[in-house]
Each structure stands twice: as structure tokens, then as C-alpha cells.
Design a protein around this ligand. Structure first.
Ligand code: NAD
Length: 476
């Protein structure tokens, strides 16, 4: 990334946006209105820690309010800056439009390395950051609803929700001020796995369309495909786990901060994840070869590359050497605009971030709806559904006793058919439907328009078109 010609993350997003709007016929000025970030709030606040006051810098950026609330994660990382937060907020606008989650785009971040702090210190810092944002309505159930991102998770979201509730004691909808909370603090089943699960559903849908698979010079299904994953955090871990355990894919490479592991026979994701938890990195893991220069494993031969760590990792300095014919952007912005062009010219198919990692915001949407409706999904209908299924099963059982008909029920049919859907099943069903529908709307443009050469441009066309219609409907 030292290359001077490399555009910033924000510029990369704008370049990709511009490429798409050049193919659209938007009313004069609307393109600029959609592209710009509406507002970015910078806050500096002090927290007394270890005997002295430490000052922290945080951001919350609102890209587009064509729909409210606006939505987007809060990231804890030393790399956080205004440029990055604004690029991520813009991506959120397009992502929500693509998967039809009724939100505008936002993003937040705090410049901090969370690994340097004890849990109680992180709680003080998070609560103070949440206070600063909430008092300006930058955390609010109907205006701005954060979620987890890099360096944050359920724990931080629970602190934020509690801080908001303390400041708004009579707000009956206070839990809907943030998503990604633990179940016992108003969360929803399936949110932790959602983004990785969405990556799995995205790949499954891609492989349902042989004409699309052929464009990546691949054939067949996910079974046996060699997959390299960068970042075994929330998103990368779940994507790699589900793809290997449920779809038969082989995880042949895992890249982490301190190096990479490779094994052509496939790596046990669960075992590596445990190893990282216990040892702080992948180094020393006994059952795969260790590569010290982790980033070099982005360039090894494989079928599918899943960058799931951070932005800009595939850039002008390495894009030429990346061999994967299919890249799915589980992280936000892992491929720079320049690298995108190089890879496209090589015939590599890129399933873009705004679609690929939309599983998180999709299930966040379900969680927000759950919080506002104050009832768990499935609570009203589950037993009634089971009772109706029982009627059919009993009838079938009666018929199967008739020797003349000569058929019987499969052994596990009754149990499987009788089980009504609980919250987790409903969340997964809603997520799968969302990922499949969004893929089809994007791929339809990719296949039908000669001037659209890649899925990213197709995704931008669909989402910018939807944002534009929403502005037009408002009379703008
Ligand atoms: P996380 O903090 O849980 O995991 C990030 C992982 O990447 C960690 O294991 C970390 O050690 C590793 N990593 C960091 N720097 C690395 C490097 N230079 N090389 C290799 N590995 C490195 O974060 P996450 O929530 O999984 O988010 C990852 C990406 O997915 C981010 O781009 C984020 O914006 C995006 N995303 C996350 C969600 C979500 O629901 N969590 C939703 C949409 C998009």
C-alpha cells in the first residue's frame, strides 16, 4: 500500500461510484447529492485511566438520510480516520439499498487498539463515547442505529444500549438504539454469525448459476473448492466454518496478523480459532504449515479468496500476482479501485463487499424490528404451525398402516416436519431470502447489459437507482 498512485479508501469508493453513475441517466445534480457524505462528527473526549486522563478521538459519519434511521457499525482500530469512516458510511448506504434494508448509511469509529485495555477500561471508554454520540442523537432508535464492526462485538453493543437507556429512561424503544446486542440484552438469534452466514449464502447463490460460475472459469459446486481466508475474526471465522462444515469447501489457507497457515488437504477452522484464542495468533499451530509473510498467501493458487480482515489489502502492489479466479469481499473495501481494474482485466470475478457482507446489516434490521415490536420472532405462530403439521402427519401415518398402499414414512420425517420454526430458523430463512434476492437483482444487470462488465458496477447501478428513486419520491 506504499504505492503513491493508490487512491485512498474514500477515493476508491468514489471512483467505483463514478464508474457506475457514468452508465446511468440521473437528473442533474442528483449524482453529487447521493455521492457526498452529509455530515461527519468528530469527538475528542477524556477518560481517567491508570491515574491520568487519556484523550480519545472518535467519529460518526452520516452519508445519506434518504431513509432513517441511518445504520452502520462502530469500529475500534488505530487506523480509524475521517476518510475511512466516510468511505464506510457511503458503502452502508449502497449496501442497505441493495438488500432492501430501510436505512440510510452511517459509520463510526474510535482510534484505539482495544487489545491494550482491560475490560473495565474498555467499558468506561465505550460508555463515554456512547454518551457523546447519544446526546447528539447520533445513537437513537429512530435516527442512528450502530452495530458491531472490526474490534467491537456483542459486549460493546450491550454497554452502548445500556448507556442510551440510562440517558433516556422513558424511551420504551431504547433497545432499538443499537444492534448486535447479546440475546439477554435485546439481541436476536443468529446475529453473531450473520455476516459470515451471509457470505456462505452469497457463494451458494453464485454457484446456483452455472453461467456466472463459468465467467470465473470455475465449474461445479462449492464442494471441494479451495478457499483462502484472510482474517479469522467474526466474519472470516463464520464464513470459513460454514463453508467447510456444510458445503464441503477446503480451507487451504488462513491469513492472520502474525502470519498464515496453509494446507492443501484443508485446515480445521474450529481448531485454528481455538489456537488463536489461546495463543494470540496462528504461529505455532501444529497441524498446518506456517508462512511468516502472511500477505503472500493472498497470492497462492486457490479457487476462492475471501478477504475478511480490513480494507486495501489487495492493491496495486499485489493485484497482478493474485491468482484466485473468484474473490468474495467479506471485509469492506479489501480491493482498491486500481486493483479492481487489474483483476477485472485478468478475468477475475469479484463478488463486491456491498453485497457480500450485507448479512450483518440484514440481521441487524431483523433485530431492530424485533426490538420495536417487543416480541421474539416465531413466538405467536410456532405451536400453531406444529399443530397443523401434526394433523397431516397423523393422516399420513394412518394411510401408511394400509398394507395395500404399500408405503411407509421415512424414519426422521415426522420429527423434521413437526418442528415449527424458532427465531434462529426464521432469521436464517430471512437472511437467505435476502441474499438470494439481492444477488439476482445484481446479477440480472450484469448479465443483461453489455456496458456492465462486473458485479460491482451492477451492484452500484441497482443501489444508486434505488437511492435516486427514494430522493425523487421525496421531491428532491
Ligand atoms: P474482527 O475484529 O472480528 O476480525 C478481524 C480479523 O482480522 C481479526 O481476527 C484480526 O486479527 C484479523 N486481522 C487484522 N489485521 C489483519 C491483517 N493485516 N492481516 C490478516 N488478518 C488481520 O472484525 P470483523 O467484524 O470480522 O470485521 C472484518 C471485516 O468485515 C471488516 O472490514 C468489517 O468492516 C467487515 N464487516 C463486518 C461485519 C460484522 O458484522 N462484524 C459486517 C459487515 C462487514
Amino acid at each position: 500500500m506504499s504505492n503513491v498512485q493508490e487512491p485512498s479508501f474514500r477515493e476508491s469508493v468514489d471512483l467505483m461510484f463514478n464508474r457506475a453513475v457514468a452508465l446511468m441517466d440521473l437528473p442533474p445534480g442528483l449524482e453529487e447529492k447521493i455521492r457526498v457524505c452529509n455530515a461527519t462528527y468528530t469527538v475528542r473526549f477524556g477518560v481517567r485511566l491508570r491515574g491520568k486522563i487519556q484523550t480519545f478521538t472518535g467519529y460518526r459519519s452520516v452519508h445519506s438520510e434518504h431513509m432513517e434511521p441511518v445504520k452502520g457499525g462502530i469500529r475500534y482500530s488505530l487506523g480509524v480516520n475521517q476518510n475511512e469512516v466516510e468511505a464506510l458510511a457511503a458503502l452502508m448506504t449502497y449496501k442497505c439499498a441493495l438488500v432492501e434494508a430501510p436505512f440510510g448509511g452511517s459509520k463510526g469509529g474510535l482510534c484505539i487498539d482495544p487489545r491494550e485495555y482491560e475490560e473495565h477500561e474498555l467499558e468506561l471508554i465505550t460508555r463515554r463515547f456512547a454518551y457523546e454520540l447519544a446526546k447528539r442523537d447520533l445513537i437513537h432508535p429512530s435516527q442512528n442505529v450502530p452495530a458491531p464492526d472490526m474490534g467491537t462485538g456483542e459486549r460493546e453493543m450491550a454497554w452502548i444500549a445500556d448507556q442510551y437507556a440510562r440517558m433516556n429512561t422513558t424511551d420504551i424503544n431504547s433497545k432499538a438504539c443499537v444492534t448486535g446486542k447479546p440475546i439477554n440484552a435485546g439481541g436476536i438469534q443468529g446475529r453473531v454469525e450473520a455476516t459470515g452466514r451471509g457470505v456462505q449464502y452469497a457463494l451458494q447463490e453464485f454457484f446456483r448459476h452455472p453461467q456466472d460460475v463459468a465467467k470465473a472459469n470455475l465449474t461445479g459446486s462449492l464442494n471441494g473448492k479451495r478457499v483462502v481466508v484472510q482474517g479469522l475474526g467474526n466474519v472470516g471465522y463464520h464464513a470459513a466454518k460454514f463453508l467447510s462444515e456444510e458445503d464441503g469447501a477446503l480451507i487451504t489457507g488462513i491469513i492472520e496478523r502474525d502470519g498464515a497457515l496453509v494446507d492443501a488437504k484443508g485446515i480445521d477452522v474450529e481448531a485454528v480459532s481455538r489456537w488463536i484464542r489461546d495463543h494470540g495468533g496462528v504461529k505455532g499451530y501444529p497441524n498446518a504449515a506456517y508462512v511468516e509473510d502472511g500477505a503472500s498467501v493472498l497470492e497462492v493458487e486457490c479457487d476462492i479468496l475471501i478477504p475478511a480482515a480490513l480494507e486495501g489489502v489487495i492493491n496495486l502492489s499485489n493485484a497482478n500476482r493474485v491468482q484466485a479466479p473468484l474473490i468474495i469481499e467479506a471485509a469492506n473495501g479489501p480491493v482498491t479501485a486500481g486493483a479492481d481494474e487489474i483483476l477485472r482485466d485478468k478475468g477475475c470475478v469479484i463478488i463486491p463487499d456491498m453485497y457480500a457482507n450485507a448479512g450483518g446489516v440484514t440481521v441487524s434490521y431483523f433485530e431492530w424490528v424485533k426490538n420495536l415490536s417487543h416480541i421474539r420472532f416465531g413466538r405467536m405462530g410456532r405451536r400453531q404451525e406444529e399443530a397443523r403439521h401434526l394433523l397431516i402427519v397423523e393422516e399420513l401415518e394412518r394411510l401408511s398402516k394400509d398394507k395395500e398402499l404399500g408405503w411407509t414414512l421415512s424414519p426422521d420425517f415426522k420429527d423434521k416436519y413437526l418442528k415449527g420454526a424458532g427465531e434462529l430458523e426464521l432469521v436464517r430463512s430471512g437472511l437467505e431470502d435476502t441474499m438470494r434476492t439481492a444477488y439476482q437483482s445484481m446479477a440480472e444487470v450484469w448479465r443483461s447489459r453489455d456496458d456492465v462488465k462486473d458485479l460491482r458496477t451492477a451492484a452500484y447501478l441497482v443501489s444508486i437507482g434505488r437511492v435516486a428513486s427514494s430522493y425523487r419520491a421525496k421531491g428532491l
